[in-house]
Design a binder for this molecule. Structure first.
Ligand code: HEM
Length: 419
């Protein structure tokens, strides 16, 4: 892949939906130019999601070093003012989407402490066994098919089942959970929310439906606790405190969304990258276990499933030679940092043995670093091990159908054949 740089900085409009529909080389070219010529550049804010309040602009942070510096200083660059999306979230939306990702300490530390305590070794061990079993089930189901959609039949299935099993959600609810989490992270893609609909209404309805389902699951687990995370959470206490019902609901929504879409897209992008780089595929297949740790990190760098997170300056502070003022919105473009040639030699090369690989696909170093990184790495490893063993002849037969979103680097559909 060779980036195509735009003629001028003025022509770059990353805040418009049209920008995210451009070809990959054009988008990469725009970020390359920003990193080189104006790595902290102000952009106009638009109502990317119509109905959300429009502020007076944001800074696109595009270099790896600046993203690290901002992530490391949560007291100066917070997550809890207006949310981590570009547009602030109205209070009523924060009811469902206001979990720890949109909080600062001490609330964040309290919630994360409570939740991390519930990721007990027993819950984790059961989960690791489930990942293996589920990957095998998913692939055995598609083996007899000649051709199919890899995203809906494979990549979606593993993270969905894992996250639901983790939370003790019945199998009969999986499709419901999938449909709602697709809406929440769709950025309004018309495949998930019909064109012309009220997007805020659609996000709120999806959040409310998931919260309703989780309230029922939580109530059941309170009286019939099991080995799952929901049981641990509804009974967990930190300094004598339990999660409130609202904290529980928004945490579940975060986990469902964060755990589903991200891992799914990492797996799909991994399949595309390996097909486009048969030498890398052959290397990894030949010595799977040795190469897996670096290959999985490279897949996450390459895919960067979460394109950005926002931080908001809490006071006047300087980073990368730029003076920020209190209230400035800083959008940390992880996709751009993950192609920064100051950190990654030959960044547009997919290299399964890349080492070191200081990517920020799971976020920068700081209190919000992805809580599910360990689980995601495990899911990706198991999925590729099983893919190589069970369907080594898998072949892509059409261009990936991309999600129309500047937030999630998503593939909606990927047609493949097994011959
Ligand atoms: C390849 C897969 C994944 C990617 C690329 C990814 C990426 C991210 C990113 C970029 C953040 C924000 C970091 C920041 O703001 O500094 C994050 C946070 C988070 N992720 Fe993941 N994630 C993945 C898988 C998962 C899974 C499987 C789970 C759960 C089972 C999960 C749960 C979370 C949670 C709860 C947070 C919020 C943590 C906090 O605010 O303290 N993620 N993730």
């Amino acid at each position: 892949m060779k980036p195509v740089e735009p003629a001028s900085l003025e022509g770059i409009e990353i805040s418009t939906p049209e920008f995210w529909e451009k070809s990959l080389p054009e988008r990469e070219g725009a970020f390359l130019k920003l990193r080189r010529e104006d790595p902290i550049r102000k952009f106009k804010e638009i109502d990317f999601i119509p109905g959300l309040p429009v502020g007076d602009g944001f800074y696109a942070i595009t270099r790896h070093a600046d993203i690290l510096e901002i992530s490391r200083q949560p007291e100066f660059f917070c997550s809890g003012r207006g949310a981590t999306s570009i547009n602030d979230m109205p209070t009523e939306m924060l009811e469902f989407y206001g979990s720890m990702i949109n909080m600062d300490d001490p609330r964040h530390a309290r919630l994360r402490g409570l939740v991390s305590k519930s990721f007990t070794p027993r819950v984790m061990q059961t989960l690791m066994d489930d990942v293996q079993r589920t990957a095998v089930d998913v692939l055995e189901r598609i083996r007899p098919l000649g051709s199919f959609d890899f995203v809906t039949e494979v990549a979606m299935r593993l993270p969905l089942k894992i996250i639901c099993q983790m939370m003790g959600i019945a199998e009969s609810q999986y499709d419901f959970v999938l449909a709602k989490s697709n809406i929440i992270l769709s950025s309004g893609d018309p495949e998930y929310i019909p064109e012309g609909s009220d997007l805020i209404q659609a996000f709120m309805a999806a959040g409310a439906e998931l919260a309703g389902m989780m309230a029922d699951v939580g109530a059941h687990k309170r009286s019939h606790p099991g080995d799952d995370l929901t049981s641990a959470l509804v009974t967990a206490e930190l300094d004598g405190e339990c999660l409130t019902d609202q904290e529980l609901a928004s945490f579940f929504i975060l986990l469902l969304a964060a755990g589903n879409e991200t891992t799914r897209n990492a797996i799909s992008h991994g399949v595309v990258a390996l097909a486009a780089n048969p030498d890398q595929r052959a290397l990894w297949m030949h010595d799977f276990e040795t190469i897996a740790p670096t290959a999985v990190e490279e897949i996450v760098r390459w895919a960067t499933p979460v394109v950005f997170m926002r931080r908001t300056a809490t006071r006047d502070v300087t980073v990368g030679g730029h003076q920020f003022h209190e209230g400035d919105k800083c959008i940390l473009f992880y996709n751009s940092a993950n192609r920064d040639d100051r950190v990654f030699p030959d960044p547009y090369r997919f290299d399964v043995r890349r080492d070191p690989n200081f990517h920020v696909g799971f976020g920068g170093p700081g209190p919000h670093f992805c809580l599910g990184a360990h689980l995601a790495r495990r899911e990706i490893t198991v999925m590729f091990r099983e893919l190589f063993q069970r369907v080594p002849n898998i072949r892509i037969t059409s261009e990936p159908d991309r999600l129309r979103s500047g937030f999630i680097n998503g593939i909606k559909h990927l047609e493949v054949a097994l011959n």
